[in-house]
Design a protein around this ligand. Structure first.
Ligand code: NCD
Length: 306
C-alpha cells in the first residue's frame, strides 16, 4: 500500500493513512537527533530537485534521509545544472530515475509534481508545487497539533494570512476536513481561501470566514499563521496593498485560551512579532524540528513499504 507511492496531494490519502505517518513519525522522534540504529534505508539514494528556494523542507528531507542511513543527491543550484541549458522537467525526472530511489521535487508551477509522477518509476514527493499543494508539510503540521495538544479531533483551528496563494494552508485545510474539527479562515478579503477549496472543505467540517482575528481568537485551540506569498502575486501593487496587514503580538494572546498553540510553516517575515517567540504558545520552531521525524517516517514507508 505504501511501497513506491507518490506523495503528490494530501487528498490522495485517507485519515487512517495520515495517522499511520503520524504514529510512525512518533517512533522516529528519538532517532531524529541521533540517527536510526538499524539504518533501514542504508542502500537508498534520495534526489532533491528544488526549482524554488527552500531551507526547512529541503534540509529536513536531507537530514531525515541521512538519519535513516540513506544518501542524498542534489544540485548546489539550478544555475549549475542542465536546467540552465533549458532541460525540461520531464527529461530531468527521467534522468534522476536512473540515479535515485525517490525524488523530492519543489517547483513553481501548480501540477508539476503530478506531471513528474507520470514520467517517473520512482516515487515523487511533492515538496510544494506553486500555490498548489505541500503534503509533507501538512503531515508535519498535523503531527505538531497531535503531539503538542494530544489529539486533532475536537479542535478549533484558525488559519490566518495568505489563504489564497499559500500551499501549506491549501493542503492542511483539506487534511483537517477529514478530522472532526472546526475551521476558521482569517484573512484580508484579497487573500481569501479559493472558493473551490472552501466549498470542498465545507462539505465535511464547519468553516467560519472572517477578516478579524480579534473576533475569533478566544475560540481557538490552534492558530496557524502564514506569510504573504509575495512571489506569487502577478502585480507588486496588489502585494503592497496587503503587506503588513496582520501581525500576531502578545497583546492579542491575552484574550486567547491559555493552551492555544501558535504554528507557522516558516519562513516568517513580520506576521509574528519576535516577542511571541519565548511565550509557551509559540510552537513554530518545534514544528520545524518535527520535519525530520515526519520525513523519516514518510521515506521509510514509501521506500520499504512497511
Ligand atoms: C512554506 C512553503 O514553501 O510553502 N515553507 C515551508 O515549506 N516550510 C511556506 C512559505 O514559504 O511561506
Amino acid at each position: 500500500m505504501w511501497l513506491n507511492r507518490d506523495i503528490v496531494s494530501i487528498g490522495d490519502f485517507t485519515k487512517e493513512e495520515i495517522m499511520d505517518v503520524i504514529k510512525r513519525a512518533d517512533e522516529m522522534v528519538p532517532y531524529a537527533t541521533s540517527g536510526h540504529p538499524r539504518a533501514p534505508l542504508a542502500n537508498k539514494i534520495i534526489s532533491t530537485l528544488f526549482y524554488e528556494p527552500s531551507t526547512r523542507t529541503r534540509l529536513s528531507f536531507e537530514s531525515a534521509a541521512m538519519r535513516m542511513g540513506a544518501k542524498v543527491l542534489g544540485f548546489g543550484s539550478l544555475e549549475s545544472s542542465s536546467v540552465a541549458k533549458g532541460e525540461s522537467l520531464s527529461d530531468t525526472i527521467r534522468i534522476l530515475n536512473g540515479y535515485s530511489d525517490a525524488i523530492v521535487l519543489r517547483h513553481p508551477s501548480e501540477g508539476a509534481a503530478r506531471l513528474a509522477s507520470e514520467f517517473s518509476d520512482v516515487p515523487i514527493i511533492n515538496a510544494g508545487d506553486g500555490a498548489g499543494q505541500h503534503p509533507t508539510q501538512t503531515m508535519l503540521d498535523i503531527f505538531t497539533i497531535w503531539k503538542e495538544t494530544g489529539k486533532v479531533d475536537g479542535k478549533h483551528i484558525g488559519m490566518i494570512g495568505d489563504l489564497k496563494y499559500g500551499r501549506t494552508v491549501h493542503s492542511l485545510s483539506k487534511a483537517l476536513s477529514m478530522f472532526d474539527i472546526s475551521l476558521y479562515l482569517i484573512s484580508p478579503d484579497e487573500l481569501r481561501m479559493p472558493k473551490h477549496i472552501k466549498k470542498d472543505i465545507e462539505k465535511s467540517v464547519p468553516v467560519k470566514e472572517t477578516r478579524d482575528i480579534e473576533s475569533v481568537i478566544e475560540e481557538l485551540d490552534v492558530l496557524y499563521v502564514t506569510r504573504i506569498q509575495k512571489e506569487r502575486f502577478p502585480d507588486i501593487n496588489e502585494y503592497n496593498k496587503v503587506a503588513g496587514s496582520y501581525s500576531i503580538r502578545p497583546a492579542l494572546l491575552s484574550k486567547a485560551k491559555k493552551n492555544l498553540i501558535i504554528m507557522h510553516p516558516l519562513p516568517r517575515v513580520n506576521e509574528i512579532s519576535p516577542e511571541v517567540d519565548n511565550l509557551p504558545q509559540a510552537k513554530y520552531f518545534r514544528q520545524a524540528a518535527y520535519g525530520v521525524p515526519v520525513r523519516m517516517a514518510i521515506l521509510d514507508l514509501i521506500l520499504r513499504g512497511e
